[in-house]
Design a binder for this molecule. Structure first.
Ligand code: FES
Length: 155
């Protein structure tokens, strides 16, 4: 059993399977895997004694959950209106070029993934890029490599 799977099994010892525990369980699961793998969703449904469709129903309702593997460092380029006006489209292209992957993809070594988001609530510092929970404002295309290099050391 993988280390992650063992940690995942330990989650269940902290809960009783009550309905209100579903979201914390999903959050704990995502903290381990970085997303919600299908086999984990099955195990959660069994533990909670509810249909798997109900677990997915709750998880998809909230924007915080992911259903496919992401990079260790998830790059999110905001393409909301304020960021778009400030050149976020060109910024996304610069990330795609520098990372060698398209939006919605993950690097071969799983170090980075690239995705678009719509307004992260920081329009005053548009265009905005998030790397995990870190927020970068006024990002110009020429800073893309500099931002990536910060996290490349930790890959
Ligand atoms: S549109 Fe990008 S932060 Fe609001």
């Amino acid at each position: 059993m993988e280390k992650e799977d063992m940690k995942f099994q330990e989650i269940f010892s902290q809960y009783n399977g009550e309905r209100e525990e579903l979201i914390p369980i999903l959050q704990d699961t995502q903290a381990i895997y970085g997303y919600l793998p299908e086999q984990a969703m099955r195990a959660i449904a069994r533990f909670m004694r509810i249909p798997q469709s109900q677990v997915y129903g709750v998880a998809t309702f909230f924007g915080q959950f992911y259903f496919s593997r992401r990079g260790k460092h998830a790059i999110k380029v905001c393409l909301g209106t304020a960021c778009h006006v400030k050149g976020a489209g060109r910024l996304m292209e610069a990330f795609e070029r520098e990372m060698g992957i398209g939006c919605g993809c993950i690097t071969d070594d799983y170090s980075f993934s690239l995705e678009r988001v719509n307004c992260v609530g920081a329009c005053a510092i548009a265009p905005v890029v998030m790397v995990g929970e870190d927020v970068y404002g006024h990002v110009e295309s020429k800073r893309v490599k500099e931002v990536l290099d910060i996290y490349a050391k930790d890959s």
